[in-house]
Write a protein that binds this ligand. Structure first.
Ligand code: NAD
Length: 319
């Protein structure tokens, strides 16, 4: 049986699938050629991350297909219900990348509070001619310890963010449509741990009291989670991070809030118009940028690859 891993898969995932008797093809097939590639090669399983889309046309026109697998969480690039109603299995690995995304949130936060995003742009240009000027420009850093982080969406990643924040000595406010309360286990390298109970609060309270806000909701059917009104309700000089999905923050309102001096900085891993984010975002001196790499750590990719392999083997081999 054949697996097309169109957006890549870890070596550990390939090895696990090969041990299970599958042939793994890692050729990157262009979106418009996926359908004919699957049919020509009699592919049983298509694995994607966020780049390749598996829509109704592929599902309708590829009879050899039995499983669509998403390495990671959000499945907005797959017509999940349609596939399932047509007898296909749709699988993902929801928990495998939570810690990686949570760490990226703090990479952006530490960057933002010490202006590393701007400093990294200007040091190569002026570091030798204007060292003292730059030193002054980036002098008013702030510490994360003792500050309040507001976490919108308190699921797997939101709770992984809370763990790191608590470890850093931050106050955590969470707001979630469905999760009312969570016990966050902060564990240490030596086996010790503490449990911290966090009760979900209203969005209004979160916006009003947070020094930094980070968003961890899935792609929304409609409307922004953070738009003009929400920016207005935030503290002055707040920082905001989006590693969830483009479209949860109104990017035009974000730029306005940054330009007006309402926000100190933003950190973005995801964009409304991927893979061509708006130039105003890419060029903005107050935005720390990454190209949708939340789950892209070796550890997460290993977990994703082996988890997908286990699920595929159990579905197709244990029938
Ligand atoms: P999850 O399902 O565990 O948690 C999402 C939480 O958001 C849920 O608790 C849900 O109740 C809550 N929610 C949904 N709509 C809401 C709303 N309007 N207001 C408040 N809360 C709301 O998902 P997760 O594993 O934590 O992942 C969250 C999102 O992160 C994913 O859907 C995906 O879009 C994104 N993600 C990004 C990357 C990346 O590479 N940057 C990697 C993995 C996941």
């Amino acid at each position: 049986m054949k697996v097309l891993a169109n957006d890549g898969i870890s070596d550990s995932g390939i090895k696990a699938l090969e041990r299970g008797g599958f042939e793994v093809i890692t050729t990157k097939v262009a979106q418009e050629q996926v359908e004919s590639f699957v049919n020509t090669n009699n592919i049983d399983v298509v694995l994607v991350r966020s780049a390749t889309k598996v829509r109704k046309d592929i599902i309708d026109n590829c009879p050899s297909l039995k499983i669509i697998g998403r390495g990671g969480v959000g499945m907005d690039n797959i017509d999940v219900e349609y596939a399932r109603s047509n007898g296909l299995h749709v699988i993902n690995t929801p928990a495998s990348s939570s810690e990686s995304v949570a760490e990226l949130v703090f990479a952006h936060l530490f960057t933002g509070v010490r202006f590393l995003h701007d400093s990294n742009r200007n040091m190569p240009l002026e570091g030798d001619t204007n060292f003292n000027g730059l030193k002054k420009a980036y002098a008013n850093g702030i510490e994360l310890r003792g500050k309040t982080i507001g976490i919108i969406g308190f699921g797997r990643i939101g709770q992984a963010v809370a763990k790191i924040a608590l470890g850093l000595g931050m106050k955590v406010i969470a707001s979630d449509k469905y999760v009312n309360e969570a016990i966050i286990k902060v564990d240490f390298y030596n086996g010790q741990f503490i449990n911290v109970d966090i009760v979900s609060e209203s969005m209004e309270d979160l916006l009003k009291h947070s020094d930094f806000i980070t968003i961890h909701v899935p792609a929304q059917e409609s409307g922004y989670i953070i738009g003009k009104d929400e920016f207005k309700q935030m503290k002055d000089n707040a920082g905001i991070i989006n590693t969830a999905r483009g479209g949860v923050i109104d990017e035009v309102a974000l730029i306005e809030a940054l330009d007006e001096g309402k926000l100190l900085f933003a950190g973005l891993d995801v964009f409304e118009n991927e893979p061509k984010p708006a130039m105003q975002l890419l060029m903005h001196p107050k935005i720390s940028l990454t190209p949708h790499i939340g789950a892209a750590t070796d550890e997460a990719q290993d977990r994703i690859g082996t988890e997908l392999a286990e699920q595929i083997i159990s579905i197709l081999k244990n029938k």
